[in-house]
Design a protein around this ligand. Structure first.
Ligand code: ZN
Length: 167
């Protein structure tokens, strides 16, 4: 269609038109490519930085994925639980990063990491705070001895971790 139209026009004019078209394409490319590159950089910057000190390297991907789904960007260190604790994982907030202690041999890793990621979210948004001798949840202090079933942040996390696990 372009060719048949060009034939009916003055060739000089049509050459000028082709030139304009080429310049337009070039301009679009120049404007478009950096925005694609910037979008990619932004996406990379959204990923959490994870240092996995356990043998199970799969955990790294799960932590990045679950924090990403919660829209959280932070730094995380993953360490093996050494003592024989009842729980298979817990998270501690440090200066500028979190440490997830986890039994790297467990089979429900996605669910456990989803759960711990929700605790990180609770701390990131300021609902949960770890203090010297307990926790502060929604401004209320709970001592360390607070039974698990009375810890409201655990209820909040359990309400949502099953959904997040399979997201
Ligand atoms: Zn928990």
């Amino acid at each position: 269609m372009k060719n048949s139209r060009a034939k009916t026009h003055d060739p000089k004019n049509s050459r000028a038109k082709t030139h304009v078209q080429k310049l337009t394409i070039l301009a679009v490319l120049i404007l478009f490519i950096p925005s694609v590159m910037v979008a990619q950089v932004k996406q990379v910057a959204k990923w959490s930085e994870v240092k996995n000190l356990t043998e199970n390297k799969y955990i790294t991907a799960v932590v990045i994925e679950k924090l990403g789904e919660l829209g959280i960007t932070t730094k995380v260190v993953i360490k093996e639980i050494k003592t024989k604790r009842k729980e298979s994982a817990f998270v501690l907030k440090n200066e500028g990063f979190y440490t997830i202690f986890v039994n790297s041999k467990i089979h429900n890793m996605r669910e456990v990491i989803a759960h711990e990621s929700l605790h990180i979210e609770q701390m990131e948004i300021g609902r949960l705070e770890q203090v010297a001798d307990g926790f502060v949840w929604d401004g209320v202090f709970y001592p360390d001895q607070t039974p698990y079933n009375l810890r409201k942040w655990e209820r909040d996390a359990h309400k949502r971790d099953f959904k997040l696990k399979n997201k």
